[in-house]
Design a protein around this ligand. Structure first.
Ligand code: ADP
Ligand code: MG
Length: 701
C-alpha cells in the first residue's frame, strides 16, 4: 500500500529540483519519510535566556536579549564588517557580521529589544557573536508555537545552498501538518497501550516541534524504543533460527592433548576468570548446539591461552581448528606463541596469510583437506575459497571488530555443520553495545589479570616537561627497560604525521645519542621486511627505544618494555590510547604510560586524558568513550554488518530503553516465535519492510 511517506520530497512547498538533489546526495533524503525520520541532534530551549554576564566561549548556541546601543560599518569592500553592541544591563557584547551587511544595517534599530541567537566565541580576549540571528522581541513573543527549537546536522555543500539547520526546520514545519491522520501505526496497539507510548504521528511531531521538554522526552522515548525494539527483534529472531536449525559438534571428552598441555606445559595457575570461561565453553560445546561466544577481556588478561585450550579440546575430539587474526603481525605472533606451547605435546601449527607462497599454499590446502593440519592460524586469507577443511570444529576470531558477520557466515560454508565460534576482543565493549552488536552471541568476560601484574601508572605532561620525561626514560633504560614512543597516525594527513615522527626522531636521537643508545623506528611507509627487522632488533633488546606510529597498536608482546610515551595524546581516541597502554605492563616491573599533549585541550580531549590517568579499567574507559563519541564512531563498528545505524537512539545514553526493548522483544518471541498471531502482524510487516533482503520468512518459519 502506498504511503504518503513515499511521496517525493519535491512535493513539499519550497523544495525544487535543485534543493531535492542536494538533499538526496548529501543526506539521502528523497521522500517525505526520509525527511521526517531525519532527526534533530540538539535542541534549544527558546524560553531560556542567558544574561551577557553569564556567557563564556565554551557555550554552544544560546539566546540573550537586550538593546543595540551602537552600530557601525568599518573597512572597505570585501574587508567590510559591521559591529553592533548589545547591552542587557549585566554587560555588553559585540555582534559581528562579515556578510549581508547592507541588509542588516538597513534594518537594525537602536534602543528596541531584540532576541539574539548565536554562539559566543572569544576574539582578542573579548567575547563576541559572529553572524547572530536577530529578532525583535515583540515578534519573537507573537509566534511562539513551539518552545524547543530543533537543530539538524547539515553539510558544507548544503550550507552553500542555504540549506542550513533552520531550512530543515522550516521543511519539517510544512511537512508535519501534511502527515496528520495519514500515517499507519508501526507498533502493535497492545504495546502502545501497555508501555504508554505516544502514537507515531504525535511522536514525530513532537520530536521536531516540541512544545515542552516533557513532550520531547515522551516523543523521543517512543521513537528510540521502537528503533531498538526492532533491532532486538531481528537479532533474537536470528538467534532463535540458529539454535533451532543447526546442530553443533559435541566435544564430549577431555583428552591427551588438553591434559598434557595442562599438566606438563602450562607453567602457571589459570586465573579464576580463565577457569570460569573455560567451564562456560565446555558446557557450550557439549550441548549439541553451535557455540557462538564472545570472549571479552582486557589486553593481557589471558584470552589467547583460553582460546588455545579450547582448541586442544576440539582436537582431542577429532576436529580441526583455526584462528583468524585481523593483521599479519598478529597472526605471526599467535603463530609463534602457539607453536611454542603445542610443539612439545606433538602438534604442529600452520600459518596462512596474504604473503604465504603459492607452493606452500598447495601443500597446506592438501593438509587441511585430509585433516592432517589440526591448527591453522591466519588472516582473511583463511576465507579464500580453496581453503577447505576436512572437519573444522572450532574457529577462534581475534579482534572481532574487523570481521563482519557476513565473514563469520562464510566460514560456516566451509563445513556441513557450523563449527563452534569463539570471538575474542580486547576492546572492551560496553554491555549495551555488545547486546546490540553481538546480540546473537553469548558473552564471557575475563575480568581479572594474571597475578603479579602491577597496575600501569599513567601520567600526563605537556611539552614544557619534555626534558623531565627524557630524564625519566634514561633512568628506565639504565634499569634495563625498553621504551615505546608513539606518534599519531591519522590517515587524512599521513604526510604531516610522518613529519611529526621524523622531527621526534631527530630530537630523541639528540637526547639519546649512539652508541650508548640504539633506536628502532617502525612506521606505515616502511616495507614489511624493514619493519620486521626493526621490530626484531627491539624484541632481541638490541635497541632500547622503539619509535613508531600506531602500527604497534595491536600485536607486539614485549614484557621488558615498561614505558609507553604517547605523543600528541589528545589526537588519539580513548580506546586507542587504552590499547597502546596495554603494550606495557606485561612483565613483572612497574610500567608507565606517559601522555604528552599540547597546552590547550578541548573539553573532550581533557576528559579523555583525565579518564586515562584515573583508570586502567577497560570497561570503564569504553563507557566513557561511548558517551563521548557515540557508537557509530566506535572503532570498526561500521563494518560489523549489524544494523546499528541508529537514527535516534544512542547506545551510550539509552541503555535503559535498550534493556526494556530487548525484554519486550524476548517476551513476544517466547510466545509467538514466528510472529504469526494477528496482533503481531504489524511487527512482521515492518520487519519485512526494514530488512527486505535479509529476511526470508518462508525459510525461517
Ligand atoms: P590476551 O590475549 O588477553 O591479550 P594473552 O593470552 O596473550 O592475553 O596473555 C598475556 C600474557 O599473560 C601471556 O604472556 C600469557 O602467557 C600470560 N598469562 C596468561 N594467563 C596467565 C595466568 N593465568 N598466569 C600468568 N600468566 C598468564
Ligand atoms: Mg591478545
Amino acid at each position: 500500500m502506498a504511503s504518503i511517506l513515499d511521496d517525493n520530497i519535491t512535493y513539499l512547498k519550497g523544495v525544487g529540483p535543485d534543493k531535492a538533489n542536494t538533499l538526496a546526495s548529501e543526506l539521502g533524503i528523497k521522500t517525505f519519510g526520509d525527511l521526517v525520520y531525519y532527526f534533530p541532534y540538539r535542541y534549544l530551549d527558546r524560553t531560556k535566556f542567558y544574561t551577557i554576564s553569564e556567557l563564556d566561549a565554551e557555550m554552544n548556541y544560546i539566546q540573550i536579549k537586550g538593546k543595540i546601543i551602537h552600530f557601525e560599518v568599518a573597512g572597505e569592500k570585501r574587508k567590510q564588517r559591521m559591529t553592533a553592541v548589545l547591552s542587557d544591563g549585566t554587560g555588553t557584547i559585540k555582534l559581528v557580521w562579515f556578510q549581508g551587511i547592507k541588509w542588516i544595517a538597513d534594518r537594525i534599530k537602536l534602543n528596541i529589544h531584540y532576541v539574539v541567537f548565536g554562539k559566543p566565541t572569544e576574539f582578542n580576549g573579548a567575547l563576541n557573536i559572529t553572524h547572530p540571528e536577530l529578532e525583535e522581541l515583540a515578534k519573537f513573543n507573537e509566534k511562539l508555537d513551539y518552545n524547543w527549537l530543533a537543530f539538524y546536522n547539515t553539510t558544507e555543500k548544503m550550507k552553500a545552498k542555504y540549506i542550513n539547520s533552520k531550512a530543515i526546520h522550516n521543511m519539517q514545519m510544512s511537512l508535519l501538518p501534511l502527515l496528520k491522520d495519514k500515517l499507519t501505526e508501526t507498533l502493535p496497539a497492545y504495546l502502545i497501550e501497555k508501555h504508554k507510548l505516544l502514537n507515531l504521528y504525535d511522536a514525530l511531531y513532537n520530536v521536531h516541534l516540541p512544545l515542552s521538554q516533557d513532550n520531547l522526552q515522551i516523543a523521543q522515548f517512543r521513537l528510540k524504543f521502537e528503533e531498538l525494539f526492532y533491532i532486538q527483534l531481528k537479532i533474537l529472531r536470528l538467534k532463535h533460527y540458529r539454535t533451532t536449525h543447526f546442530g553443533g559438534y559435541r566435544f564430549e571428552r577431555v583428552g591427551d592433548y588438553f591434559n598434557r598441555f595442562f599438566n606438563e606445559i602450562l607453567p602457571f595457575e589459570l586465573t579464576h576468570a580463565q577457569k570460569k570461561v573455560l567451564r562456560e565453553i565446555r558446557i557450550d560445546t557439549n550441548t549439541g548446539k553451535q557455540m557462538n561466544r564472545l570472549l571479552q577481556g582486557d589486553v593481557g588478561s589471558g584470552k589467547t591461552l583460553v582460546a588455545l585450550m579450547t582448541m586442544l579440546l576440539a582436537i582431542d575430539n577429532g576436529f580441526q581448528t583455526c584462528i583468524m587474526a585481523p593483521t599479519e603481525i598478529l597472526a605471526n605472533q599467535h603463530f609463534q606463541t602457539i607453536s611454542e606451547w603445542v610443539i612439545p605435546i606433538g602438534l604442529t601449527v600452520e600459518l596462512l596469510t596474504g604473503t604465504t607462497k603459492q607452493s606452500k599454499r598447495k601443500t597446506l590446502h592438501a593438509a587441511l583437506q585430509n585433516g592432517e593440519c589440526k591448527i591453522l592460524i591466519g588472516t582473511h586469507a583463511l576465507l579464500e575459497d580453496p581453503v577447505q577443511f576436512k572437519n573444522l570444529g572450532m574457529v577462534v576470531i581475534d579482534e572481532q571488530h574487523r570481521f563482519g558477520v557476513a565473514q563469520r557466515a562464510k566460514l560456516w560454508k566451509k563445513n556441513v555443520q557450523p563449527p563452534h565460534i569463539l570471538v575474542m576482543t580486547a576492546t572492551p565493549i560496553p554491555r549495551t553495545l555488545a547486546m546490540t552488536l553481538y546480540g546473537d552471541l553469548d558473552v564471557s568476560v575475563i575480568d581479572e589479570l594474571p597475578p603479579g601484574r602491577k597496575p600501569i601508572k599513567t601520567l600526563h605532561y605537556n611539552d614544557a616537561k619534555r626534558l623531565r620525561v627524557f630524564g625519566f626514560i634514561k633512568e628506565q633504560i639504565e634499569l634495563g627497560r625498553q621504551i615505546y614512543i608513539v606518534y599519531p597516525l591519522i590517515r587524512e594527513s599521513e604526510a604531516i604525521d610522518y613529519k611529526d615522527l621524523e622531527d621526534g626522531l631527530e630530537s630523541i636521537s639528540r637526547a639519546f645519542p649512539a652508541p650508548k643508545f640504539a633506536i628502532s623506528v617502525v612506521h606505515g611507509k616502511m616495507k614489511p621486511e624493514e619493519k620486521d627487522k626493526a621490530m626484531d632488533l627491539f624484541v632481541r633488546k638490541q635497541t632500547q627505544i622503539m619509535i613508531a606510529t600506531t602500527v604497534i597498536e595491536v600485536g607486539v608482546n614485549i614484557p621488558n618494555a615498561s614505558v609507553m610515551v604517547i605523543e600528541s595524546a589528545e589526537r588519539f581516541g580513548l580506546s586507542q590510547l587504552h590499547q597502546l597502554r596495554g603494550r606495557v605492563g606485561r612483565g613483572a616491573d612497574q610500567s608507565y604510560c606517559i601522555l604528552m599533549t599540547g597546552y590547550k585541550l578541548t573539553t573532550d580531549g581533557k576528559t579523555r586524558i583525565k579518564t586515562m590517568v584515573e583508570t586502567n579499567d577497560g570497561f570503564e574507559i569504553s563507557e566513557v568513550d561511548l558517551k563521548l563519541r557515540g557508537p557509530g564512531d566506535i572503532e570498526g563498528t561500521q563494518q560489523s554488518g549489524l544494523p546499528i545505524d541508529l537514527k535516534i537512539a544512542n547506545l551510550g545514553r539509552d541503555a535503559q530503553i535498550l534493556t526494556v526493548a530487548r525484554q519486550v522483544a524476548e517476551d513476544i518471541l517466547s510466545v509467538d516465535p514466528n510472529l504469526g498471531e494477528p496482533q503481531n502482524f504489524v511487527l512482521r510487516k515492518i520487519m519485512e519492510q526494514k530488512w527486505k533482503y535479509e529476511f526470508n520468512w518462508s525459510q525461517i518459519s
